[in-house]
Design a protein around this ligand. Structure first.
Ligand SMILES: C[S@@+](CC[C@H](N)C(=O)[O-])C[C@H]1O[C@@H](n2cnc3c(N)ncnc32)[C@H](O)[C@@H]1O
Length: 450
């Protein structure tokens, strides 16, 4: 039988061949790590993405297999230096300074002058990052952007980035994600263990211990001095949301089967990013978009700009509705919630789902669009396993991302990414039974009244 090491090496080798021939077919060579990122025709190709996931999973597992255990521990335990150095580089706009320097880069003395940082310390920070393939040390103390660091370049000129925190992260989703993770989330993570061990029951999340606030993250963002962090968080979320293929939602349920005029309620729908996709694909349905009052104010602006007619002709209604209060739209054909349940602990989700169940007709469907957390081991009745000897959740590229999200949810808002069984149990205690699941990076879980 093939050894795990040989099997992993085989996955990497055959995956690389597949990638290179896919690029060759387009007349391209595989992008170099040394060049800034530029969009290419295969960036969103599903076959290329699947092959890339296998290579990454196998490469990560082969490192864990061959490396001495203590060396791996010495890599993992001080992982906070990755967050801290990356956070600093983004905060002081290093990638932005290097944007025009090209592949020959800039001496750290010049970078330091432009970003107002001591050049010796900056060189140490950038060398830490360049050693992990973020930035490149071209010649001693001369650094350039590479494929990874180039995505951290923000959308505004350096002077504006330095002087206007409110707009600093606008249209810069990677930088915004780094900023959020390495600022309030990094500070909160130092309290994760204390929170799990011994936090009093009235402490919501590690965030509250770290930031010494009883406020929920969203309310904290509205407090004086934090607005720019709120804007940064929204910029990061907007970028994350744009990665979802629209078919996850338009094909996540058999919307065509609904009779003309059927009512679809987007519960906690923000400005209506999903509703607008559904409305375009299925104009025969009536949509009600619900969120908190201030968000519905933003939603009005969004629909005025995107599709004012949908509001005036009554096919889309915008409605302020707190999902912890009794649901005012009764007997709708579909209520759906995208990325809502993962924001909350079970106790809150029970209230949200019971409020919908209380007004559901026997034929009503509840659709949850959320990630399903896979176990790291095979599950009875689960999907076919990935190639030997990869972890059942594929390790780094899938399980790694979802477990990171799960920690992030716990850390900042006491939310949770849930396993399929946990969704089923949540349904069972709120009067919903699972009809079926359409898998995907966000799954569509369809429930009926039990
Ligand atoms: C992670 S966002 C998801 C938004 C939207 N479903 C989407 O996927 O684009 C969570 C949403 O829940 C809304 N929300 C938070 N608390 C709420 C409440 N008590 N009632 C209604 N909506 C609420 C927020 O305003 C925000 O729009």
């Amino acid at each position: 039988m093939t050894s795990p090491l040989t099997a992993l090496a085989g996955l990497i080798s055959s995956g690389v061949q597949t990638l290179e021939s896919a690029y060759a077919k387009e007349g391209l060579s595989f992008p170099s790590l040394d060049q800034p990122f530029s969009p290419g025709p295969l960036d969103k190709d599903p076959d290329v993405a699947a092959t890339t996931r296998l290579i990454v999973a196998a490469a990560h597992q082969i490192i864990a297999t061959v490396r001495a255990p203590m060396d791996t521990i010495q890599d993992y335990a001080p992982a906070m230096y990755m967050s801290a150095t990356l956070g600093l580089a983004v905060d002081v706009n290093v990638a932005d300074v290097l944007k025009d320097a090209g592949t020959q880069g800039l001496h750290v003395h010049d970078i330091g002058e432009k970003v107002d940082i001591d050049e010796v310390k900056l060189a140490r920070v950038l060398r830490y990052l360049a050693t992990r393939h973020v930035f490149k040390e071209v010649t001693p103390n001369v650094f350039s952007n590479n494929r990874i660091s180039s995505v951290l370049v923000k959308a505004h000129p350096l002077e504006q980035l330095k002087t206007d925190k409110l707009t600093k992260y606008e249209d810069a989703p990677a930088a915004a994600f780094v900023g959020h993770c390495t600022d309030e989330a990094l500070a909160s993570s130092a309290f994760l263990a204390e929170y799990i061990h011994e936090a009093p029951a009235d402490v919501d999340a590690p965030f509250n211990l770290a930031l010494k606030t009883p406020s929920k993250l969203w309310n904290w963002y509205e407090e004086p001095g934090n607005e720019w962090r709120g804007r940064r968080f929204n910029a990061a979320m907007k970028g994350g949301g744009e990665h979802f293929p629209s078919t996850l939602f338009t094909e996540g349920y058999d919307w065509k089967s609904l009779k003309p005029g059927s009512t679809v309620v987007d519960v906690g729908g923000s400005v209506g990013t999903v509703t607008i996709l559904l409305h375009k694909a299925y104009p025969h349905l009536k949509y009600i978009l619900q969120d908190l009052e201030p968000v519905i104010g933003d939603a009005k602006k969004f629909w005025d700009a995107q599709s004012p007619k949908s509001i005036t002709d009554g096919s889309v209604t915008l409605q302020a509705q707190d999902f912890f209060q009794p649901q005012t739209v009764k007997n709708a054909d579909v209520y759906f919630l995208r990325l809502i349940l993962h924001d909350w602990p079970d106790s809150a989700n029970v209230k949200i789902l019971k409020n919908i169940r209380a007004v559901a007709a026997p034929s009503t469907k509840l659709i949850i669009f959320d990630s399903i957390m896979p176990h790291a081991c095979p599950e009875p009745g689960g999907p076919p396993p990935p190639p030997f000897p990869l972890l059942a959740n594929l390790g780094l590229p899938i399980g790694g991302f979802l477990t990171m999200m799960d920690m992030q949810m716990l850390n900042i808002i006491n939310g949770q990414e849930r396993t399929l069984n946990q969704f089923v149990e949540l349904g069972a205690v709120t009067g919903w039974k699972l009809d079926g699941v359409k898998p995907g990076i966000l799954a569509a879980l369809v429930f009926s009244p039990a």
